[in-house]
Design a protein around this ligand. Structure first.
Ligand SMILES: [Zn+2]
Length: 294
């Protein structure tokens, strides 16, 4: 299987979560071995999506060069990864990826519109060869060797609507579109009010997140899935691990994982070459991956 880029340029516009202002996003083809590259046209910053580019993980995954940054890259990366795209240029005229509806669905639509183009260099796969984990009290994120990629997540929130949820996702592009891509981010009204009092999350509304008070969901339309919360955590994990830069062959497992733990996991994996192996896609044919990442 060959490396993939998008077939043509596609553009959209949406609100940035933090500043609440409209931001234009453009997706364009890139040549083989370029990877996923972000460009901020307002300040002229070009930066590659990689664990070494991450500068903050407290509310979203943020990359930067020490001077300028781009926030909330994870939902877009999640969709790009799931569509099997290796090389793409993402241009933004502001400091964040637009939040759209708080899920990956709008980015899937953009990628459907852009189409795919094969490049003349083979795709690589990052194969996890031994267990790697990051633990923080009861919380953990972990990858284990596997013949087919999967993401297994469990959360336990002391909230009557969320509570304990777990979901096991056998990764495929089709499965991603149907089960994961539409799951929205969520937040608690008191946190949103606190952030907005500090001039943050100004674009946050019921149009781009599930918002809960102490007892109930405030969105008039309710949930898209009964386990939308845990499915969104899987959407985030796929996006955060996409920073590794290649399709990942592993079982990912987490209890109460976060952007921060996912980021630490990517660094932990890359720290020791005994943890993984990068192989030509053609060499792992026996694992029947082509339909998974096609
Ligand atoms: Zn998210």
């Amino acid at each position: 299987m060959r490396q993939i880029t998008v077939a043509k340029k596609t553009q959209s516009v949406g609100i940035g979560l933090h500043k609440g202002e409209p931001i234009e996003i453009t997706l364009e083809p890139l040549e083989a071995n370029s990877g996923i590259v972000f460009y901020r046209s307002d300040v002229g910053m070009s930066i590659k999506a990689a664990p070494s580019s991450v500068v903050n993980t407290s509310n979203a995954t943020v990359i930067g060069d020490g001077q300028n940054y781009i926030s909330t890259i994870e939902h877009l990366l999640s969709a790009i990864y799931s569509y099997g795209i290796d090389n793409i240029l993402i241009t933004l005229n502001g400091a964040e990826v637009p939040v759209m509806d708080g899920s990956g669905a709008s980015f899937c639509m953009m990628l459907d519109e852009a189409g795919k183009r094969e490049l003349d260099i083979n795709k690589s796969v990052l194969i996890i060869t031994r267990e790697v984990e990051v633990v923080d009290g009861k919380k953990f994120v972990r990858v284990k060797p596997s013949k087919k990629p999967s993401y297994n997540f469990e959360i336990d929130f002391p909230h009557p609507i969320i509570g304990k949820q777990d979901y096991q996702f056998r990764f495929s592009k089709r499965g991603y579109i149907e089960e994961i891509s539409r799951a929205r981010t969520f937040g608690f009204l008191k946190d949103v009010q606190y952030l907005q009092s500090r001039g943050l999350a100004l674009g946050g509304s019921l149009d781009n997140a599930i918002v809960l008070d102490d007892k109930k969901i405030l969105n008039p339309g309710g949930l898209r899935f009964k386990d939308e919360f845990v499915k969104h955590k899987i959407l985030d994990a796929i996006g955060d691990l996409a920073l590794l830069g290649a399709p990942l062959l592993a079982d990912y497992e987490s209890f109460a994982g976060s952007h921060n733990l996912n980021h630490l996991l990517t660094k932990e994996i890359l720290k020791d070459p005994n943890n993984y192996e990068v192989r030509d896609f053609a060499m792992v044919k026996e694992l029947e991956l082509s339909e998974v990442f096609a």
